[in-house]
Ligand binder design. Sequence first.
Ligand SMILES: [Fe+2]
Ligand SMILES: [Fe+2]
Length: 161
Amino acid sequence: MSNNNNNNTFQSVNSGTTSSSSVSKDDIIRGLNEDLAREYKAIIQYVVFSATLKGPEYGDIAEQLKTHASEELSHALEVARQIDYLGGEPTVKGEDAETSEDSKTMLEIDLRAEQDTIMNYRERIRQAEMAGEFALSEKLRQIITDEQDHEIDLKDALGIK
Ligand SMILES: [Fe+2]
Ligand SMILES: [Fe+2]
């Protein structure tokens, strides 16, 4: 893999969505603040949807959404702590929450959000590792495990394999 002359350890071999060849602390802080804004949005959606989801077929998932809400709060707390640790300022602005009056649409909104979140945390883990921030990447791996469980819960409720 390292058979070229450039020995930059931060260099990305196959960078996916990271286009620059190196990752700075500022890049990571910026990315984590976007992650934090997505966590705020997730908390709002899960709080509202767990209360407003209608239909006997959605009884189990309505309960699960409450658990998701608490877990998203833990993620927000952890991400904010990591931003502070890196010398950044945790954002006070969430991404705009989406809503719907239709229960199935609520679950589809949540599923899309989880998939977007997972993609972004994967990218953040790559960045953290490129920058040698291994404690951070370890924390993010724990968070992504929860997000994957959320995705599975939503897919099950929607009858998607
Ligand atoms: Fe989360
Ligand atoms: Fe989640």
